[in-house]
Design a protein around this ligand. Structure first.
Ligand SMILES: Cc1cc2nc3c(=O)[nH]c(=O)nc-3n(C[C@H](O)[C@H](O)[C@H](O)COP(=O)(O)OP(=O)(O)OC[C@H]3O[C@@H](n4cnc5c(N)ncnc54)[C@H](O)[C@@H]3O)c2cc1C
Length: 368
């Protein structure tokens, strides 16, 4: 029932906004409150805070259906349903949950996840943004890059070093609100995912009250990484959603487009390609929901989450490329959604940890 409801929402409320969002290079803010009012924005979170209580499986259903319509818009919305809010859900005080989590789940406040910096990408522990204690405040200085929702967010779940001498054990998670003096943001233009705003965030002597510290000082790196695990599972759902959309469009095209007097899908070169694409999507989808179920049963999925992220990202990238090849010239045109799938899919190698970093984590989990 939930899948059908979210699919209808994606068709009626999201699809009409895609072209404009791609043009404006931002995820439409009104979608946060529309989804929030229906209880669809954070379907995995507990009902007592306004979530749907459907666990990671529910989040994946939402993400898969939204990504079929637009991976860009989906990426903005899913930061809210996991990455940026997870540390608040799992480590914040009740008072902080009421202040930050409940408005986020309702879609009244847009959130962003601020980990990556110019000198700290895969090596996220190398962050240089500092939060220096001054009385009842932290003074934040530094910058973040590639931040999804950075342009429109009301609050950032920020990783900042409260004690640089301790390395990753000196990193804390702090909520920074948009009106904080000294906070500024600049849009970063990119190849794909145009319907999600990506920004550089700068902090110049930003004074944040100590009440905005999430959990314990010095434990923030762990909290930020913990959020990445379920986010990798829902990232898989995004890849599967995009792959299915690209496949469906390509199957239709193979049946319609005629060359040499017959539909191109009748050529074995094309029909076998489509058969292999269908197998890959089924396999990616099966792995995704198996891992989501494992996570919902209380498993950490430290190996399985990177596995499904890795597998489905690569499937989506291959499907998007095959879709381009089967559409040939028609897929290359600017107005074709096929070229958008292709531009959007290639990002999957990078976000929520690169493909190589997934391999690194999996190999470590294998004891290597
Ligand atoms: C559109 C977009 C949206 C994003 N949204 C967010 C966001 O909302 N919040 C946020 O905090 N970040 C966000 N990111 C950042 C993203 O998580 C990083 O880009 C990613 O972690 C990789 O970091 P990097 O780009 O600095 O690459 P680097 O870490 O510099 O990596 C460069 C290359 O080296 C490889 N490499 C690095 N280290 C190793 C190693 N140990 N072993 C093998 N290979 C290695 C990488 O796999 C990659 O191929 C976003 C990025 C993009 C592009």
């Amino acid at each position: 029932m939930f899948r059908e409801a979210i699919r209808n929402f994606a068709q009626s409320e999201v699809a009409p906004l895609v072209d404009e969002a791609e043009e404006n290079e931002t995820c439409p803010v009104e979608l946060f409150s529309k989804l929030g009012k229906l209880g669809y924005l954070c379907p995995g979170y507990p009902p007592e805070y306004g979530g749907g209580g459907l666990g990671e499986t529910g989040t994946c259903i939402m993400v898969e259906e939204l990504a079929k319509v637009s991976s860009g818009i989906c990426s903005g919305l899913m930061v809210q349903s996991g990455l940026a809010t997870y540390a608040i859900l799992t480590h914040a005080t009740e008072e902080q949950k009421q202040r930050f989590l409940v408005p986020a789940i309702k879609g009244e406040k847009v959130t962003a996840y601020g980990l990556t910096e110019p000198n700290a990408g895969s090596d996220a522990a190398a962050i240089e943004t500092t939060a220096k204690r001054d009385g009842n405040s932290y003074i934040i200085n530094g910058s973040k890059i590639y931040i999804t929702n950075g342009q429109t967010c009301d609050l950032v779940t920020l990783a900042a070093s409260t004690d640089r001498s301790k390395g990753s054990r000196g990193i804390s998670t702090i909520i920074l609100e948009k009106d904080t003096p000294g906070f500024s943001r600049t849009t970063m233009r990119k190849l794909g995912h145009h319907s999600a705003a990506t920004s550089e965030l700068s902090f110049e002597d930003c004074r944040v009250p100590v009440e905005n510290l999430i959990g314990e000082e010095g434990r923030g790196f762990r909290y930020m990484l913990e959020a990445l695990n379920p986010a990798r599972i829902s990232h898989s759902a995004r890849s599967v959603g995009l792959a299915r959309a690209a496949f469906d469009a390509t199957l239709d095209y193979a049946k319609e487009r005629k060359q040499f007097g017959q539909p191109i899908g009748k050529f074995q070169a094309i029909s076998f390609k489509l058969a292999r694409m269908a197998i890959e999507i089924e396999a990616a989808r099966a792995l995704l929901y198996q891992v989501a179920s494992l996570f919902d049963e209380g498993n950490e999925c430290r190996k399985e989450a990177p596995m499904t992220k890795h597998f489905s990202s690569n499937v989506a990238i291959r499907i998007a490329e095959e879709a381009m090849r089967i559409h040939a010239g028609a897929g290359y045109l600017a107005e074709s959604t096929i070229q958008r799938y292709f531009r959007d899919a290639i990002l999957y190698h990078t976000t929520e940890g690169t493909t190589e970093i997934q391999e690194l984590i999996i190999s470590r989990e294998l004891g290597l």
